[in-house]
Design a protein around this ligand. Structure first.
Ligand code: NAD
Length: 349
């Protein structure tokens, strides 16, 4: 028998940091006069601000890692609402298990990283992400909601971008927490791509949908995703990448330059690039690979790039907060790439 009750563990919610409340500009500028990671971070923040000043540059944000459960969701909500990003490429966990989950009215709770009995958590149906607790029963509601959305759609192949737009539409009617990236992006017509869509809570909903509807179900088309993101790159031409973590979103986005070339279309290398990661460069892995290395593959220009080797909960509020308080975004207009992509689909139909 568990010694504690579920509600003893799930009582102190993670609160999302608000970049608008903390003017970090003087601190980031002072860090730029230091050395090591502090100077790297300040340079990254300035490059992001330069992307926002560049009238021709579209900004693509990539997200991997357990970022929103850790309190970074509102940072991205504010970037979307203030035209500071034009497209997002993410892991499924961030967009579904964490953002959509909270939009349904659920929360992540402060837990402990050590001294916690994981067997007891298992008995109570509590999941743990390092020092954060989640109610497994609530996650099941999230899976079921994605199944319901899948059940409601015409059976055909969809890009994850199309499906996430449907999730945004669902939240606009039934959402219980308006601070959601899926909802904000739906309203601001910012496309969200999740290339490995089934590898998250939504995957459980998808398999149930396909299991219950053999031969007559919707499906995810990963190549359609890649083609849509490549069309966006061709349309945008100049792009800046703000990458938090590495993983599939990093490579998928960088590859659009090569993809355009293969289609015989002209698309310049990504003009600006910033990456925050904790990955170690020695293993040759994708998540740690430097932006200079990406130049050898014809993906990223080397003049305005910066790697920041830091954990995202520390670095991202400083980089985003710096750009927010510099205010260059005030002159930017919404690119409405979600509408552009829907028009492209209609043309192809
Ligand atoms: N992360 C989760 O909690 C979780 C939960 C369920 C499913 N998944 C799925 O697992 C797959 C992998 O996703 P992922 O999000 O775990 O990515 P990941 O852990 O594979 O992250 C990729 C890389 O990003 C960097 N990174 C991750 N977190 C970071 C941080 N806080 N600060 C700086 N750098 C960081 C690391 O270098 C890492 O190697 C996805 O398909 C996702 O949907 C993840």
């Amino acid at each position: 028998m568990p010694r504690m009750k579920k509600q003893d563990y799930l009582k102190d919610a993670v609160k999302h940091i608000e970049i608008s409340r903390h003017n970090v500009v003087p601190m980031v500028e002072a860090m730029g006069e230091m050395a090591f990671s502090a100077r790297d971070l300040a340079r990254a923040a300035k490059i992001y601000d330069t992307m926002l000043q560049d009238r021709n540059c579209s900004v693509i944000l990539t997200l991997a890692g357990s970022l929103f459960s850790a309190g970074l969701k509102k940072v991205v909500v504010d970037l979307v609402r203030n035209n500071m990003v034009d497209a997002i490429v993410s892991t499924g966990a961030v967009m579904v298990d964490q953002d959509f989950f909270e939009a349904l009215g659920f929360k992540h709770y402060k837990g402990a990283a050590g001294g916690v009995d994981d067997n007891e958590l298992r008995e109570l149906r509590i999941d743990r992400i390092y020092d954060t607790f989640i109610d497994e029963d609530e996650l099941r509601v999230c899976d079921q909601t994605t199944r319901k959305i899948a059940d409601s759609l015409e059976p055909r192949p969809y890009s994850s971008r199309e499906f996430i737009e449907e999730m945004g539409r669902y939240l606009s009617k039934h959402g219980r927490n308006k601070d959601s990236v899926v909802l904000a992006a739906y309203e601001k017509r910012v496309p969200i791509f999740v290339p490995a869509f089934s590898d998250c809570s939504a995957g459980f909903g998808m398999i149930e949908h396909q299991w219950n509807n053999p031969g007559k179900h919707m499906s995810m088309d990963s190549a359609k995703d890649f083609l849509e993101l490549t069309k966006l790159k061709i349309e945008a031409r100049d792009t800046g990448l703000l990458m938090i973590g590495g993983g599939v979103p990093k490579n998928f986005t960088q590859d659009t330059v090569v993809a355009a070339d293969i289609l015989g279309e002209e698309a310049p290398m990504h003009k600006y690039a910033v990456q925050v990661t904790v990955a170690d460069v020695r293993d040759g892995g994708l998540s740690s690979s430097t932006l200079k290395e990406a130049c050898s593959w014809g993906k990223v220009q080397t003049t305005q790039e910066q790697m920041v080797y830091a954990e995202a909960t520390l670095a991202f509020p400083l980089i985003a907060g710096y750009a927010y308080h510099k205010g260059s975004w005030k002159k930017r207009k919404a690119r409405n790439y979600a509408d552009f992509l829907n028009k492209e689909l209609a043309k192809a139909a």
